[in-house]
Design a protein around this ligand. Structure first.
Ligand code: DC
Length: 232
């Protein structure tokens, strides 16, 4: 037990926001932290990915904001936490693997630039996290979705290190690693420069640069911050 062990009677359920660019380690840290705290881990990016997949399947242009909003409104996108990780359901179908493929990854970055699409997503994400006991990760959780989150982490890393991490992940999956770096750089550029909710750290976020840190070290730091909040 540490000095920061929460009062077992405490019913307080935090909302924890973890934002940052691709490859910084958000997903791993968010899911491990959620498991440690007994919280639900919600990956907001999976929702943008699910909508992107639906746009691909329905031949809707990634630039057509009105059509994308209509598509979103007609969709049932569910994030289902399971023991083996999160499942993403689109209209009742498990699309967890499909949404990680390269075409969907690229499309998600494009559909997420639209203000009305974002407003729809943010409303759903607020509903999902409202009760607390959640670690939600994405790009705008601390700035837009939960500006009053109990704890905000902005997890960053050097772009070269992020590219290497992504390449390793993709090799493990047996996918072609070529162009990964270029894709990631383009996605970064789009996420950071879009007009609607660009990727940026909230003013009150704790910024962690994981370039030279191992996963366990990052997790320990974030967990400590969460335990301190629980103590209050
Ligand atoms: O985290 P991810 O790689 O699964 O996200 C996929 C895309 O969705 C990413 O390019 C940016 C976008 N996104 C967003 O704009 N806002 C979020 N909260 C989460 C993801």
């Amino acid at each position: 037990m540490t000095d920061h062990t929460p009062n077992p009677d405490s019913q307080r359920k935090l909302i924890i926001a973890i934002d940052g660019p691709a490859g910084a380690g958000k997903s791993t840290i968010a899911s491990r932290l959620a498991r440690k705290l007994g919280y639900v881990n919600l990956e907001s990016g999976a929702m943008y990915r699910a909508l992107a997949l639906k746009a691909i399947d329905n031949d809707v242009s990634f630039d057509d904001e009105a059509a994308l909003l209509e598509l979103a409104q007609a969709s049932r996108i569910r994030l289902e936490p399971t023991m083996g990780g999160n499942r993403t359901l689109l209209d009742g179908h498990d699309v967890s693997s499909r949404i990680r493929e390269r075409d969907v990854t690229e499309a998600a970055s494009r559909v997420s630039v639209h203000l009305q699409v974002r407003a729809w997503m943010v409303a759903r994400q607020r509903e999902m996290g409202a009760g607390g006991g959640v670690v939600m990760e994405g790009r705008d959780i601390g700035t837009k979705v939960f500006p009053d989150a109990d704890l905000k982490i902005f997890l960053d890393a050097d772009p070269v290190v992020r590219e290497q991490r992504r390449m390793e992940q993709q090799k493990i999956k047996g996918e072609v690693a070529a162009n990964v770096a270029a894709d990631l750089r383009e996605r970064d550029r789009r996420d950071r420069t879009r007009a609607a909710s660009p990727l940026q750290a909230a003013a009150d976020a704790v910024v962690i640069d994981s370039t030279k840190m191992g996963e366990d070290e990052v997790l320990a730091q974030v967990e400590e911050l969460a335990r301190r909040k629980l103590e209050r």
